[in-house]
Design a binder for this molecule. Structure first.
Ligand SMILES: *Cc1c(COP(=O)(O)O)cnc(C)c1O
Length: 228
């Protein structure tokens, strides 16, 4: 077995154990392979080992991998910060966007989504750590943004996404993810997605209801950011 296939099998066991620990169906937790900075061949290996969903942060890098991997039926998720001048290519080339945090971006994505494609699946990124430097909509601004996005014709709001401040403290991890879940519940909408949990905190995220865990390092190994 390749290292990537081994990592996927370890992660699947981790996800199963974390789901069972809180009486959740492990099938309700999706493994999103975060492949930023990784070569197309790594994604090919992950696909061969059973993964279909890939998350990318950098548009140009993602588009070139999409070309190289056009022979595979992959589902592409955009998970990085979004500048206005990138929305058209994102709307045209991805099935999901996890990192929408302001209305202007959502409006552009809806306008630019090609008519022949199904609506773009959207998660609103919320900032639950209160750090000024992080992206994400504030909890205060969330209800208005949700209402506005629900009115956009070519988007389908699926739920919330969050990247809490990294910590090794399990209680703090659980508290941050519980805040995201409570925010989602407070919207009283039939949303089915919570995108939260990365390599170091996926168990806590699953305990608090994550339906996508976004895993890079534990799947593909450490990243080299030299080219970025
Ligand atoms: C890089 C990244 C991840 C993956 O992080 P790991 O710690 O490598 O698992 C998940 N989500 C987002 C938004 C990222 O940018």
């Amino acid at each position: 077995m390749s290292t990537i296939a081994e990592n996927i099998s370890t992660l699947s066991e981790q996800i199963q154990a974390a789901a069972h620990a809180v009486q959740r169906d492990p099938a309700s937790v999706g493994l999103l392979a975060v492949s930023k900075t990784k070569p197309a061949n790594d994604l090919r290996e992950a696909y061969a080992a059973g993964l279909h969903d890939f998350g990318e942060n950098y548009l140009q890098e993602a588009l070139s991998k999409q070309l190289e991997l056009a022979d595979l039926p992959l589902i592409w998720h955009f998970i990085g910060p979004i500048q206005s001048n990138k929305t058209r290519a994102i709307a045209e080339n991805f099935a999901w966007v996890h990192s929408v945090d302001r209305l202007k971006i959502a409006q552009r994505l809806s306008e630019q989504r090609p008519a022949e494609l199904p609506p773009l699946n959207i998660c609103i990124q919320v900032n639950v750590s209160g750090e000024d430097s992080k992206s994400g909509c504030t909890p205060q601004d969330l209800p208005a943004l949700v209402d506005a996005i629900c009115a956009l014709p070519n988007l389908r709001l699926r739920g919330l996404m969050a990247i809490p401040e990294p910590t090794d403290n399990h209680d703090e991890q659980n508290a941050a993810f519980a805040t995201v879940r409570t925010l989602q519940d407070s919207l009283k909408l039939p949303l089915d997605t919570l995108s939260m949990g990365m390599s170091h905190d996926l168990e806590a995220a699953i305990a608090q209801g994550a339906t996508w865990v976004r895993i890079g390092t534990a799947l593909f190994g450490a990243r080299d950011y030299g080219q970025h």
